[in-house]
Design a protein around this ligand. Structure first.
Ligand code: G3H
Ligand code: 13P
Ligand code: ZN
Length: 332
């Protein structure tokens, strides 16, 4: 099937009372690893690329790798999403490259670090919605700031979203999905002690806008065994900690419909490669470590697809075209 929009994927998740994992991709191994998990569990999936990913792989390479996935996995609905767009231009470029969904993160200034004023967020998000909806493309916005400066995205300053402001923001901008700061954080060092997520923020927004998919960024679980393997084979990741899967499931019950995961697959790949290097120092064919790394991504992603109740939903719907999405936005 052709690429689908994230709006369609998330509207279906609302209907079916589940969440969809949005997994970050930079290369072929990540894309294949994730797509195998989608096939095994029969799950729709969001493949998301950051600006850094597009720079790393190259815009054309990344686009064609994802287009290859739609040919190889025709039974899986795939949305191609820009993660953390930092201005209108980054969203325009992604749309030109065929992305069916973009995030404009106006909670931060263009540098992707400095917390931005509410009015700036409102204005830039409105501009992106106007441009994207004219083309049938989905828009995700963000309110509140996540931590996690060590890993490149976020201010380091955690600012929880105000639920009333979130409802107003959604109304004024017309976003299709809204990421809320409710205590999660990017990267491998999210918390110093057990996290206490502010579910009430999600619940209040969900109560007022049950039709609005809420997004949870910074949602890697940073499983102990993955960190231990890295450390056992020469890595140094003291005190890494994430959001337990059970907390993510609880957030789905509160109204979360999109769950962003990047760090967990990074940890899986790094641990496997470190283990191969340590145990089989004679190996020098990249396939000897990239194949098990890919399989580890599949295992990690499939586990999350089952936990998020996405499994089994790939065949629920036929794709709606960007043209039809555009008409639907115009009618509003
Ligand atoms: O939230 C950010 C994602 O983990 C992407 O990270 O900008 O290093 O590609 P990146
Ligand atoms: P993690 O760092 O927790 O995997 O979060 C990824 C993310 O939010 C991408 O936007
Ligand atoms: Zn994020």
């Amino acid at each position: 099937m052709p690429l689908v929009t994230m709006k369609q994927v998330l509207d279906e998740a609302i209907r079916g009372n589940y969440a969809v994992g949005a997994f970050n991709v930079n290369n072929m191994e990540q894309i294949k690893g994730i797509m195998e998990a989608a096939r095994q569990t029969k799950s729709p999936v969001i493949l998301q690329a950051s600006r850094g990913a597009r720079k790393y792989a190259g815009r054309r390479f990344l686009r064609h790798l994802i287009l290859a996935a739609i040919e190889e996995y025709p039974e899986i609905p795939i949305a191609m999403h820009l993660d953390h767009g930092n201005n209108l231009q980054s969203c325009i470029e992604a749309i030109e490259d065929g992305f069916t969904s973009v995030m404009i993160d106006g909670s931060l200034a263009e540098d992707g670090k400095t917390p931005a004023p509410y009015d700036y967020n409102l204005n830039v998000t409105r501009q992106v919605v106007l441009y994207a909806h004219e083309r049938g493309v989905t828009v995700e916005g963000e309110l509140g700031c996540l931590g996690g400066i060590e890993d490149g995205v976020g201010s380091g300053e955690v600012k929880l979203a105000d639920p009333d402001q979130a409802v107003e923001f959604a109304e004024k901008t017309g976003v299709d999905a809204l990421a809320l700061g409710f205590g999660t954080s990017h990267g491998a060092y999210k918390f110093k002690k057990e996290p206490k997520l502010a579910y009430h923020i999600v619940e209040k927004v969900h109560q007022h806008r049950p039709d609005l998919p809420i997004v949870s960024h910074g949602s890697s679980s940073v499983p102990r065994d993955l960190v231990d393997r890295i450390n056992a084979f020469g890595g140094h990741m003291p005190n890494a900690m994430g959001v337990p899967l059970s907390d993510l499931v609880r957030s789905i019950d509160s109204g979360v419909r999109k769950i962003n995961i990047d760090t967990d697959t990074r940890l899986g790949v790094t641990g496997v490669i470190r283990e191969v290097f340590a145990k089989q120092p004679d190996k020098f064919d990249p396939r000897d470590y990239l194949k098990p790394a890919m399989e580890e991504i599949t295992r990690i992603v499939a586990e999350r697809m089952r936990a998020f109740r996405t499994a089994g939903h790939a065949g629920d719907y036929a794709p709606v075209s960007l043209g039809d999405m555009k008409k639907a936005y115009t009618r509003k």
